[in-house]
Design a protein around this ligand. Structure first.
Ligand SMILES: *Cc1c(COP(=O)(O)O)cnc(C)c1O
Length: 382
């Protein structure tokens, strides 16, 4: 898993980095793969601009490291979900890099947006009124993003709300720099909601003529140029998640997750394994206990269904996922292949993030954002 330092024969080899030698599992994050994915998306949507969504600590991969790498690659617009995420990101990305906060201002937080040069996404009449009042109080126009709800019923102004705002000149004190909306079904290319939401967005845009527009997150980028408008907002695709379920993934994998063997044992046929004795060895088996569990975000739903891999060989999980450990049936490997301290792949060349998520009964987004900070982390590139 890492370079092995030369050592006298009686001292077992150890990974060169002591924190990796101590770790039960190692999460490797390839920042160069993230920037390559961003460049590939940017080239696909040009002349539209490619932003980057780094909410939820860049989907669990480290907003600081990811944002620095993307900024160095040329990304100039970033989205986060919460005000505090925006404030933290502003310390890493100085103005004029744009940072937009998707949830907009909670009542009373408007001044924090101006203090930290953050763009609020105004989603409701209350948020528009609050931010316009703040602009009036400061006596200057304030930049803001306006979101329309075109059919997801989550964030954004309805068409009639936007119509009444425009009729009342209620956006007058604001400099609307972007008009956005979000698709509910973009991962299903032939879903009729995609075209319907696009039409609804075109109708909303007529109320804000000349304002740059944004509709697409990762999946919608692959619906074609009609969906790109002036700016796209990928998150998942940057991190290697497949944008369309069932289609080949055009993006580079970004994460590798390795668990390390703590203990090996020989078990006779019929030996019960793990909490609740939910599994029993069908035949004589060799088992390996690996030092990662649900407290590391390795979902318990992988009990008895997930697998690790070792250089092309599948090693099924047997028994329940524990808080800090899992048990693998490694009988498919020749005896002596694995020793304590050796690594097996949970996410890697034989099993990508989406495949592991499917085994867990979830999607890559949930698995990625749940992979905890408890893993030893190693960043490549950047
Ligand atoms: C999370 C989010 C995105 C990014 O979505 P991905 O599917 O991860 O690309 C874009 N826009 C909005 C409004 C979001 O909430």
């Amino acid at each position: 898993m890492t370079a092995i330092a030369p050592s006298p024969s009686i001292i077992p080899p150890r990974p060169a980095d002591p924190s990796l030698a101590r770790a039960g599992a190692v999460l490797t994050i390839n920042l160069d793969a993230i920037t390559q994915n961003w460049r590939a998306l940017a080239a696909r949507v040009a002349p539209a601009v490619c932003a980057a969504v780094v909410k939820a600590d860049a989907y669990g991969l480290g907003a600081r490291e990811v944002a620095r790498a993307l900024s160095a690659a040329g990304c100039r617009t970033f989205f986060v979900a919460h005000l505090d995420e925006g404030i933290a990101l502003r310390h890493i990305l100085p103005s004029p890099t744009r940072i937009a906060v998707l949830h907009g201002p909670m009542p009373g937080t408007e001044a924090d947006f101006t203090a930290h040069h953050l763009l609020p996404v105004l989603n409701s009449l209350e948020q528009v009124a609050g931010f316009a009042a703040h602009a009036h109080h400061l006596g200057r126009k304030l930049p803001a993003v306006v979101q329309s709800d075109t059919g997801m019923s989550r964030f954004g102004l309805t068409l009639s709300e936007l119509t009444s705002l425009v009729a009342a000149d209620a956006l007058e004190g604001l400099d609307v720099v972007l008009h956005m909306s979000h698709l509910a079904c973009a991962d299903t290319p032939d879903h009729p909601a995609n075209g319907a939401q696009r039409q609804a967005f075109l109708a909303a845009r007529r109320l804000l003529p000349g304002v740059p527009a944004s509709l697409s997150a990762s999946s919608a980028i692959f619906l074609g140029g009609d969906f790109h408008f002036d700016l796209v907002r990928p998150g998942a695709a940057l991190y290697g998640i497949a944008p369309q379920a069932g289609a080949p993934n055009p993006l580079r994998p970004v994460v590798r997750l390795e668990g390390r063997v703590v203990q090996l044992r020989q078990a006779a046929a019929g030996t019960p394994v793990g909490y609740g004795h939910t599994a029993t060895t069908p035949t004589a088996a060799r088992l390996a206990t690996v030092g990662m569990g649900y407290a590391d975000g390795f979902l318990r739903s992988l009990s008895n269904t997930g697998a690790a891999w070792h250089r092309g060989t599948r090693l099924p999980l047997i028994g329940r996922v524990s808080m800090d450990s899992i048990i693998l049936d490694i009988s498919a490997l020749p005896d002596g292949t694995l020793s304590p301290g050796d690594a097996v792949d949970l996410i890697g060349p034989d099993q990508d993030l989406d495949a592991l998520a499917r085994a867990a009964g979830t999607i890559g987004y949930e698995l990625l954002t749940s992979l905890g900070a408890r893993y030893a982390r190693r960043y490549l590139g950047g």
